[in-house]
Design a protein around this ligand. Structure first.
Ligand SMILES: [Zn+2]
Ligand SMILES: [Zn+2]
Length: 260
């Protein structure tokens, strides 16, 4: 299993995950003009995608869905509630097939097995545990905190993509409205660098092959700051990188050239 962030910030989020047989996109917040070029940078075309998973209905995660579904009528997976909301808010030209995840059992998408769990955001939001060929990947973004149930479940991860959104001190200088700052710092907002690093300490990452920090705020964070904070709670041998904001990063199996 390997993955590649196509875009990761408050503007647009999308991550591609693939194994030998199956290729999926998690979220598609991309602008129409970016979809094909960003996939091409990852060596892919829309036709090679098998499905899209959606974490929640914020615009930075779903903006490009209707455009990518015009290229290929991909099935969309999420929780039943999120799919309902998606159907109400996104104007699809041809309605795609919505497939709600079952709560307990692993959901098979081709050769990938996907389990989901609830996160804490100001709209219903889910994270994922993806499994393939004995490997496991955790996917956590857009949450005010990492739920204990999730920390307990993630005890032998091979890969982790986790939000490291902001440095709270940066908000002292922020020009954002106070209600936005309150929301982002609160329990249904976004993970700070410190919260992310505390989660890294609690998760089972002893054998992790790569941790990618994502959804870094371009105004209220800095990649070096996020990486340094995360590194304090991560064993030195575990590769750690941050996803670039508005451009594709490297595939997870090519990380060593720019790892920290
Ligand atoms: Zn977001
Ligand atoms: Zn969000």
């Amino acid at each position: 299993m390997r993955f590649c962030s196509l875009s990761s910030c408050s503007y647009a989020n999308s991550v591609v995950v693939q194994d030998n047989n199956t290729c999926i996109l998690i979220d598609c917040g991309l602008r129409k003009r970016d979809i094909k070029p960003f996939l091409a940078q990852a060596g892919l075309t829309v036709s090679e995608l098998d499905a899209i998973l959606v974490t929640h209905c914020h615009i930075d995660h779903v903006y490009g869905l209707r455009f990518i579904c015009q290229e290929k009528n991909l099935p969309i997976y999420s929780s039943a509630n999120i799919l309902k909301k998606l159907g109400e808010t996104v104007r699809f030209k041809t309605p795609p097939k919505f497939i709600p995840f079952g709560r307990c059992a692993g959901n098979k998408i081709g050769s990938l097995v996907v389990a989901y769990f609830s996160l804490s955001h100001d709209v219903e939001t889910i994270g994922f545990m993806l499994s393939s060929n004995g490997e496991q990947m955790g996917f956590i973004t857009d949450t005010g905190y990492v739920p204990t149930s999730c920390l307990d479940t993630f005890q032998a991860l091979d890969y982790l993509y986790i939000e490291s959104n902001h440095d709270p001190d940066r908000y002292q200088k922020s020009t954002k409205p106070p209600y936005v700052i309150r929301r982002n710092l609160g329990p249904t907002g976004h993970l700070s660098n410190k919260q992310c690093s505390q989660a890294l300490k609690s998760l089972g990452l002893e054998n992790c092959k790569l941790v990618v920090l994502g959804h870094l705020s371009e105004d209220d964070n800095d990649p070096a700051l996020a990486l340094n904070t995360a590194r304090r709670h991560l064993s030195p041998g575990i590769p750690l990188v941050s996803a670039p904001a508005r451009t594709p990063g490297n595939w997870s199996d090519q990380h060593s050239s720019f790892g920290v």
